[in-house]
Write a protein that binds this ligand. Structure first.
Ligand code: TLP
Length: 346
């Protein structure tokens, strides 16, 4: 039986076209800037996001950390959301490895950070305080349930940052989902950012890799950080070849994943005792009503063992299950999932 893996979009496998391109990829030593496929990916990624330059990194976590290490000095402070992926799920790498101090502000229900909160988080020029260097946004916002944030809001934060002498970084692991959901060019979503990390894996299906984009001089420093983190690869063209397909062919189809998530949420909401908490882009969060006589653990176990359907219990909030649609979740998988869940809960 085919597995239906809804735990995350990170579980998506490379497409047959990607595997073929990987097998044929021209390669060189990327530490010498000699890998033509990596060079091509970096050039196309920078152009697509409207930035000067790019660097291929192994993961979203590494891209965000390289960005913060390249923008900040030890002892600097970064303002970010209290549920930001960088703050919650990247092991505090900025503090652990970079001596950078996170200053969190509350993430609002619409996934934004309030400008007055950002303002209040800027340290005065006072020798007791760390120097505030940067604001980080996340789009789409993982903990806020995959909500996209608009180009207008991002521009307002960009203007605020410039007025206050701060830099703006976007954790855009799923920035192409945001662009698809808002029907805007991704360039407009990141125009005001000094740097953006986006993932080629996740919804875009490449097996490995993310890209960090920004100004040329910033990318030079980020490459140095990547080396120190052990992330400089040699014949990385085999990975970049899949990344090129992700960038060229997989961004425009993300809207299908969003439509499938909506269909799945609609179908699941009919199951007795199942409550959809939110559905945005390719994310669904749901919980089970207290009267349902199956525990969350049991529900997930039965789906896995009896139906080969994988779901994960969300760590960020008690009693919540998180689903993500992606390329390998088609309409048949959606119908099978709805049928399995209704039969367990009926
Ligand atoms: N998120 C993963 C887990 O780490 C939670 C997931 O399954 O969603 N930024 C955002 C917004 C992310 O959601 C993730 C991955 C990352 C950065 C880190 O990317 P990777 O896993 O490539 O280091």
């Amino acid at each position: 039986m085919k597995t239906i893996d809804l735990r995350s979009d990170t579980v998506s496998h490379p497409t047959p076209t990607m595997r073929e391109a990987m097998a044929r990829a021209e390669v060189g030593d990327d530490v010498y800037h000699d890998d033509p496929t990596v060079n091509q990916l970096e050039a196309e990624a920078a152009a697509k996001l409207g930035k000067e330059a790019a660097v291929f990194v192994t993961s979203g976590t590494q891209g965000n950390l390289c960005a913060l290490l390249a923008h900040c000095q030890r002892g600097d402070s970064v303002i970010l959301g209290d549920t930001a992926h960088i703050f919650r799920y990247e092991q505090g790498g900025m503090a652990q490895l970079g001596g950078i101090i996170p200053h969190t502000v509350p993430v609002q229900a619409d996934a934004t950070l309030r400008l007055p909160d950002l303002d209040g988080a800027i340290n005065p020029d006072d020798e007791h305080k760390p120097v505030t260097r940067l604001v980080a946004l996340e789009n789409t916002h993982n903990a806020a349930g995959g909500l996209p944030i608009s180009a207008e809001y991002t521009a307002a934060v960009g203007e605020f940052a410039r007025e206050n002498g701060l830099l703006l970084h976007i954790d855009g692991a799923r920035i192409f989902n945001a662009a698809a959901a808002l029907s805007v060019d991704v360039k407009d979503l990141v125009a005001d950012a000094n740097s953006v990390t986006f993932c080629l894996s996740k919804g875009l299906c490449a097996p490995v890799g993310s890209v960090l984009v920004g100004e040329r001089e910033f990318i030079r420093r980020a490459r140095r950080a990547r080396k120190a983190l052990g992330g400089s690869l040699r014949q990385a063209g085999v990975l970049a070849a899949a990344g090129l397909i992700a960038l060229r062919e997989m961004t425009d189809r993300l809207i299908e994943d969003h439509e499938n998530a909506q269909l799945l949420a609609e179908g699941l909401s009919e199951a007795p005792g199942l409550r959809i908490r939110s559905q945005n882009t390719n994310f669904i969060f749901f919980s089970l009503a207290p009267h349902v006589n199956v525990t969350l653990d049991e529900f997930v176990r039965v789906l896995r063992e009896e139906y080969n359907i994988f779901m994960s219990i969300y760590g960020g909030e008690k009693g919540v299950i998180r689903l993500r649609t992606h390329y390998w979740i088609d309409r048949t998988a959606i119908a099978k999932t709805i049928a399995a869940v209704s039969s367990i809960l009926s």
